[in-house]
Ligand binder design. Sequence first.
Ligand SMILES: Cc1cc2nc3c(=O)[nH]c(=O)nc-3n(C[C@H](O)[C@H](O)[C@H](O)COP(=O)(O)O)c2cc1C
Length: 208
Amino acid sequence: MALKIVIFYGSARASRQGIKAARFVARQCAARGHQTTLIEPLSHPLPLLDRMYKEYAAGAAPPVLQSMAEAIDAADGFLIVSGEYNHTVPPGLSNLMDHFLEQYFFKPSGIVSYSAGPFGGVRAAMTLRAMLGELGTPSIPSTLPISQVHKAFDDEGHALDAAYEKRADRFLTEFEWYVRALKHAREHPCSRGECASESAGVGQVQSP
Ligand SMILES: Cc1cc2nc3c(=O)[nH]c(=O)nc-3n(C[C@H](O)[C@H](O)[C@H](O)COP(=O)(O)O)c2cc1C
């Protein structure tokens, strides 16, 4: 089943490197038949947060905010490609994501972290988990850390080391399981007294 996936990437630096990781992730998703939308600060320029999307009257949000809200609302899940700035989440990434809230609810996220050094941005990934939980898009257990991001991909997002394709395959297989499980649960909401049978249905989804 083709899924709708929004990929977030938050760096606006002229010499940004993580965009290659974001393109790699988009390629891997497309190869699996999924539809992706990449949301990043150059194609989706937003000011520092003033008003969240929900603070605008219907139809009054700026067009870029409106198109982002529609993409996030339609998504089945989110892949967050995050660098590590001073051991935490880059502010450009949280600024993009903080403009929205309800559009994330009951959909899972997957964390792809990266850095120029050897640790693959894992410290930012742990901070990002807490942030994503609060946004209502809990992150799946596995992450996909990428070390020396500037050497890992070409400009179009092809992996220079085939090991990344194998690691991405395992990570995306797990992500798809959670996306499908929560999609099933959203499409079969349990009403009072029916929750037991509905939970049984979710449990029948094939695990990876
Ligand atoms: C403001 C700033 C803070 C950084 N802090 C860290 C850090 O805490 N840990 C780390 O491994 N790399 C750090 N780096 C290096 C980044 O991993 C590297 O520059 C990476 O390419 C940044 O992502 P981007 O190119 O997509 O913006 C930092 C870079 C910047 C610009």
